[in-house]
Ligand binder design. Structure first.
Ligand code: WQD
Length: 321
């Protein structure tokens, strides 16, 4: 049983590789090595850009050579702001890359796929936890590229050659070990901890939202828990069980920006007085996942909480700097 992990050199992908290997699976990493790191901390990576014209052939060959039996597909562009500026490029990268991967899987007769999707498919979510059957109306090209990806995966399943599920990640944070820490600077937790480490003040974007403390609420999920969800869904797909096509992966409870910063102050032991800035364009007030489906069908639930995410990311900082 060999699992090919696209994007296996990235922050989440490297965690997925480690989780798969921890349960005795062989892994093969494919990555264009463009983001996060110059090499994979999880092992040697095959450098393939899925959106390039010759990628299908290279992938098919690799799948055959290594006896690949399943794929976890994480390789994608993930910046909302960049997707708004370059929509055609985002679809080419994210939808085109997936389409190339599916062609290669078909040719190499690889039957099982886990697709990395995002809570960004929901767009403006209600304040209460959102279920998978809620209308998916993305408000940016990044979220839409993931939704189109989910639909493409469903069509491939309907054609009969594939078993697959899509995982809608909520706000992923923390690290399982220091060498896998998120080196990106796009999200609240790495940004806030980075500011604190430099003796600067973290910024709160908007404090007049219709939420309990006026700041945005998100469902933060530990990357180690998220990685375990991939193992659970792969096991279920390979066992031949019928499972849902899409699962939310979060904790089911939300934390506000103010709460995240307060917990960061408690964990770092540093006095933190955040700066208050205007709302960031396009931020919905609250995005929290209802996670009962994945618990019911796959027996997966998050074990770690916000403090674990903050503490692990903070403790790993010296290794990252
Ligand atoms: C969280 C909250 C900010 C920085 C995006 C994508 C989503 C997923 C994760 C995956 C927001 C606020 C942030 C700061 C702040 N992407 N904030 N000060 O926007 O919920 O989700 O990333 O691939 O699909 O949409 O995550 O971490 O950027 O923001 O106040 O310095 O923190 O306004 O309310 P977001 P985020």
């Amino acid at each position: 049983m060999t699992t090919l992990v696209t994007g296996g050199a990235g922050y989440i992908g490297a965690h997925v590789v480690r989780a798969l290997e921890a349960v005795g699976r062989e892994t093969v990493i494919v990555d264009d090595l463009s983001a996060d790191r110059a090499h994979s901390p999880a092992g040697p990576a095959n450098r393939i850009d899925l959106a390039s014209t010759d990628a299908a052939e290279a992938l098919e060959l690799l799948m055959r050579e290594r006896g690949v039996t399943s794929v976890v597909h994480l390789a994608a562009r993930k910046s909302v702001a960049e997707s708004v500026a370059r929509p055609a490029w985002y679809f080419q990268q994210n939808v085109g890359g997936l389409s190339t991967l599916l062609l290669a899987m078909e040719r190499a007769a690889v039957p099982t796929l886990v697709f990395s999707s995002s809570a960004a498919v929901y767009g403006e979510a209600p304040l209460e936890p959102i279920t998978e059957d809620a209308p998916a109306e993305p408000v940016n090209p990044y979220g839409d590229s993931k939704l189109v990806g989910e639909r493409l995966v469903r069509w491939a399943v309907a054609s009969g050659a594939l078993r697959a599920a899509s995982l809608r990640y909520f706000n992923v944070a923390g690290t399982a070990s220091a060498d896998l820490v998120d080196t990106g600077t796009a999200n609240l937790i790495p940004l806030a901890l980075g500011a604190i480490a430099r003796g600067e003040r973290p910024t709160v974007f908007g404090d007049d939202y219709p939420t309990p403390d006026g700041t945005c609420v998100r469902d933060y999920v530990h990357v180690a828990d998220l990685a375990e969800a991939h193992v659970a869904v792969l096991d279920a797909l390979e066992s031949g069980r019928e499972i849902s096509p899409v699962f939310n992966v979060g904790t089911g409870s939300g934390s506000s920006v103010r709460e995240v910063i307060e917990r960061a102050a408690a964990i770092t032991g540093l006095p933190i007085e955040p700066l208050h800035a205007p709302r960031r364009a396009g931020d919905p007030p609250a995005v929290v996942g209802d996670v009962s489906l994945i618990a019911r069908e796959l027996g997966w639930h998050a074990r770690l909480g916000l403090d674990d995410m903050l503490r692990s990311a903070w403790d790993a900082r010296p290794a990252a700097d």
